[in-house]
Design a protein around this ligand. Structure first.
Ligand SMILES: NC(=O)c1ccc[n+]([C@@H]2O[C@H](COP(=O)([O-])OP(=O)(O)OC[C@H]3O[C@@H](n4cnc5c(N)ncnc54)[C@H](O)[C@@H]3O)[C@@H](O)[C@H]2O)c1
Length: 334
C-alpha cells in the first residue's frame, strides 16, 4: 500500500479514544492523514487518554457524542473517511437498557448517514459491525451468506445499523462498508471490566493476582483476532472502492476453545488461577456455543489476511501491559 495513502485526507474516527478507534488512528497518522477523534468518554466503555499518548500532538480530539446531530453534521462534512467505532458495546447492558442501545447504535449511525447522503462528495464510511449480529450459528465457519438471528438487543441494533449503511449505499450510492468483527484483543483494550474484551480482562486479573472466573466449563468456542490485523482490515477496506456496499467478516478463521485461550494467558503471564462458576442465567440465555468465521470474501476483495496467531498476539498484549497496566486500571478523566 502507498505509504502516504491518507495524505491531505481528513479522517474522522468516532469512538476514537477507544481500543479499536485509537489503534486505527495511529495507523492513519502514520499514513499521512489528518485525524479527528470524536469520543463522548462515556462509562463504562474503553476511552483512555493513554491510548493516544504517542500521537496526541498529531490528532484533533473532540469530546462529543454521536447523538449530537449538529456536531456529527459538522464533522462529517469535513471528512473524506469516517471510521465509525462509537457504540454502546455491552451485550448485557443492551438487555438492561435497550433504548440507550438503540439511541447510540441506531440513531447515532443514522446521523452520520443522513449528513453523508446530503453531501456532493460523501466520505467513505466503514462501520464496525459484530459477530453478535449472527446469533447461534447454523453452520461453521460462518460466512457472509449465513442468516442472522441475534440473541440480544446489541446484535439486533448492530444489524439494523449495518442494514441502514447498506441501504444508503444501494439507494443513495454512499460509499459504505460494514466489517463484522469477532473477538478483538490486544494492546489498548480496556482492562477495567469483563463485559467485553474478555481476553484482556482475564490478563488484567492474572497480572494483578486475581482469579480468572470462567462460566460453566469454558467449552464454548470463539474466533480471537489480534488488533493489528483488525486495523489492517479497516485501512484496506477504506481505500479499496470494490468494498463499497459490502459486508465482510473479520476474524482469524481459527476456532479456539474458551478454556484453551485462558490456559494460554496463564502460560504467557507465568501465573494465574481459574475459578469455575455456574453461568448466570441472564448470560447463559444470550451466550453462543460455537463461533468461527471464514474470511475468504474479505481476502478476495482486498488481499487482507490475518497475520497474528493467538500465542503471538497474547505475548504482544502481555508485553504492552507490563509497561502500561496502571494507565488502564486507573485511567485519567478526559
Ligand atoms: N472489541 C471487540 O471485540 C469488538 C467486537 C465486535 C465489534 N466491535 C465494535 O467495534 C467498535 C469499537 O469497539 P472497541 O472495542 O474499540 O470499544 P471501546 O469501548 O474501547 O471504544 C468505544 C468508544 O466509543 C465511545 N462511545 C460510546 N458511545 C459513544 C457516543 N454516544 N458518542 C461518542 N462516543 C461514544 C466510548 O467512550 C469508547 O471510547 C464498536 O462499535 C464495537 O461494537 C468490537
Amino acid at each position: 500500500m502507498n505509504s502516504m495513502v491518507f495524505q491531505e485526507k481528513n479522517v474522522l474516527i468516532t469512538g476514537g479514544l477507544g481500543f479499536i478507534g485509537s489503534s486505527i488512528a495511529r495507523e492513519v497518522v502514520a499514513l499521512g492523514g489528518n485525524v479527528t477523534l470524536l469520543d463522548a468518554c462515556l462509562e463504562p466503555y474503553g476511552w483512555n487518554q493513554a491510548n493516544i499518548q504517542e500521537i496526541q500532538n498529531r490528532v484533533r480530539f473532540i469530546k462529543g457524542d454521536i447523538r449530537d446531530q449538529q456536531l456529527m453534521d459538522r464533522l462529517t462534512r469535513e471528512s473524506d473517511y469516517v471510521f465509525h467505532m462509537a457504540a454502546q458495546v455491552g451485550r448485557e447492558i443492551s438487555m438492561e437498557q435497550p433504548v440507550l442501545d438503540t439511541d447510540v447504535n441506531c440513531i447515532g449511525t443514522l446521523h452520520l448517514l443522513e449528513t453523508a447522503r446530503s453531501m456532493q462528495k460523501p466520505p467513505k464510511i466503514i462501520f464496525a459491525g459484530s459477530r453478535g449480529q449472527v446469533g447461534e450459528p447454523q453452520y461453521l465457519p460462518v460466512d457472509e451468506d449465513h442468516p442472522d438471528h441475534p440473541t440480544d438487543i446489541y446484535g439486533i441494533n448492530k444489524l439494523a445499523a449495518e442494514k441502514y449503511c447498506l441501504l444508503y449505499n444501494h439507494v443513495y450510492d454512499l460509499p459504505v462498508t460494514s466489517l463484522r468483527l469477532n473477538n478483538v484483543y490486544g494492546p489498548r483494550c480496556q482492562m477495567h471490566a469483563g463485559f467485553y474484551g474478555i481476553l484482556n480482562w482475564f490478563m488484567s486479573n492474572t497480572m494483578q493476582d486475581k482469579p480468572i472466573t470462567v462460566y460453566g466449563k469454558g467449552t464454548q468456542t470463539r474466533d480471537y483476532i489480534y488488533i493489528d490485523d483488525v486495523v489492517q482490515a479497516f485501512i484496506q477496506t477504506a481505500v479499496i472502492p470494490e468494498t463499497n456496499g459490502q459486508m465482510y467478516y473479520v476474524g482469524s478463521g481459527k476456532e479456539t476453545v474458551f478454556i484453551d485461550m485462558v490456559r494460554e494467558i496463564i502460560r504467557v503471564v507465568g501465573k494465574g488461577k481459574i475459578e469455575y462458576v455456574p453461568f448466570p442465567e441472564s448470560r447463559e440465555k444470550i451466550d453462543i456455543k460455537r463461533f468461527v468465521v471464514s474470511t475468504k470474501k474479505l481476502e478476495q476483495s482486498t488481499g487482507w489476511k490475518a497475520q497474528t496467531d493467538l500465542l503471538t498476539g497474547i505475548e504482544r498484549t502481555f508485553s504492552y501491559y507490563q509497561s502500561f497496566l496502571n494507565d488502564y486500571i486507573h485511567r485519567e478523566q478526559v
